[in-house]
Design a binder for this molecule. Structure first.
Ligand code: NI
Length: 180
């Protein structure tokens, strides 16, 4: 058996790294590398006390997200190739993002959704999600399309966070290698 090249935890890419603006590609074969990377994403999310993490955020351009609407390990879902099937209602909730540490804002998104994805066993899962779970899925699936939550803030909030974003831009050390 060959040794894994996937570390236990992964570095989280911060704004304004260009990988955050790129679209991730579908997973065609759910192999060991995909499983190991997804499991490393789960560990990274919990270690960072996040409620969700997308592959783009660890510099990997595959359609994989992990979510835990409570932050508890038992509520963790790994979603491969997630798709939003339907959306209903609208609600404003406060959101943050591990690629924007310390930044929060009210974002309006659908209140209830249906999602379909594959789990790590390769089974297709279809489920209804509302509240924080729906929110986590929507935020993370946006990441897979290169869409960041700051683009969905109200104009007033975008003004408010301008200086914060400029600070992240000044701290930014340049892009790291992207894992295909
Ligand atoms: Ni995020």
């Amino acid at each position: 058996m060959s040794e894994s090249t996937v570390p236990q935890t992964l570095d989280i890419v911060r704004y304004p790294d260009p990988v955050l603006r790129r679209s991730a590609v579908p997973v065609t074969v759910l192999d060991d590398e995909i499983r190991q990377m997804a499991e490393a994403m789960v560990r990274t999310m919990h270690e960072s006390r996040g409620l969700g993490l997308s592959a783009n955020q660890v510099g990997w351009l595959k359609r994989v997200v992990v979510v835990s609407e409570t932050g508890a390990p038992e509520d963790t879902r790994v979603a491969v190739n997630p798709v939003v099937l339907s959306e209903e209602g609208a609600i404003a909730l406060e959101e943050g993002c591990l690629s924007f540490p310390g930044l929060y804002g009210l974002i309006t998104r659908p209140e209830r959704i249906r999602v379909r994805y594959q789990n790590l066993s390769g089974e297709t899962v279809e489920e209804a999600a509302e509240g924080m779970l729906a929110r986590c899925f929507l935020h993370e699936i946006d990441h897979l399309d290169g869409v960041l939550f700051i683009t969905k803030m109200t104009p007033a909030d975008r003004m408010r966070v301008k200086r914060f974003l400029r600070e992240l831009e000044e701290e930014y050390a340049g892009p790291r290698p992207v894992r295909p």
